[in-house]
Ligand binder design. Structure first.
Ligand code: HEM
Ligand code: HEM
Length: 158
């Protein structure tokens, strides 16, 4: 993949839009299990946030696909050498996988009627938010302790 001096404005915008969408949907998710049952039974859905959860989630999926396409086409900054760089790459790879798997499993349950996808969807969402939290702490550690330019890379376009 191409190595660049930093991320483009579009890559940065996508990073923060997706992070916002994931966090929003994580917070606005209670009652979704009930909404799914009602939908599968053809009953009226009594969970007001259900539509919001589904459509914000679908928008996140579209943005993630766009983001991965852009990452493959345009590339990104070089990975640090050594164990820390390897750990960062592994976490980023896993974050990309989860950013796809969470909305896809949600859509399989909601649009595909695959009830069995509901529980894994919730569990994968927990894992995504946990890993993103650790990732955010690492970014803050870079900024305040290591005082390198890593956080700034995701704030200012190269
Ligand atoms: C960024 C994306 C998403 C996140 C972070 C997320 C997060 C969550 C969480 C945490 C739950 C568990 C709620 C609970 O047990 O109280 C949940 C449930 C659910 N979500 Fe999502 N979701 C996302 C996208 C989607 C999408 C795109 C859809 C559908 C198109 C969807 C449909 C559902 C359904 C049907 C449930 C109920 C599953 C069940 O309990 O069987 N979600 N979501
Ligand atoms: C749901 C929330 C988040 C997700 C899913 C996420 C995901 C990712 C991914 C996959 C990358 C790798 C980009 C690439 O090179 O292709 C990345 C980079 C980055 N993220 Fe996040 N992120 C989230 C939240 C945050 C937060 C809250 C912060 C800051 C406090 C942050 C700071 C950064 C920084 C500084 C980079 C650049 C790292 C580098 O250039 O090596 N992220 N993020």
């Amino acid at each position: 993949m191409k190595t660049t001096t930093g991320y483009s404005g579009a890559q940065i915008a996508l990073h923060w839009l997706i992070a916002g969408g994931v966090l929003f949907n994580y917070i606005v998710s209670s009652g979704m299990g009930r909404a799914l049952h009602q939908r599968l039974e053809g009953a009226e859905i009594s969970v007001p946030i259900a539509g919001l959860h589904v459509w914000i989630g679908a928008a996140v999926l579209a943005l993630v696909v766009l983001r991965i396409g852009l990452r493959l086409l345009r590339g990104g900054p070089a990975v640090e050498k050594g164990a820390l760089g390897k750990a960062a790459s592994a976490v980023h790879g896993l974050l990309y996988l989860l950013m796809l798997a969470v909305p896809v499993s949600g859509a399989a349950a909601w649009f595909g009627g695959v009830e069995a996808a509901g529980d894994p969807h919730g569990m994968l969402a927990n894992l995504l938010v946990l890993l993103a939290g650790a990732h955010a702490l690492a970014a803050l550690f870079h900024h305040y302790v290591m005082k390198d330019g890593v956080l700034r890379r995701m704030l200012r376009p190269a």
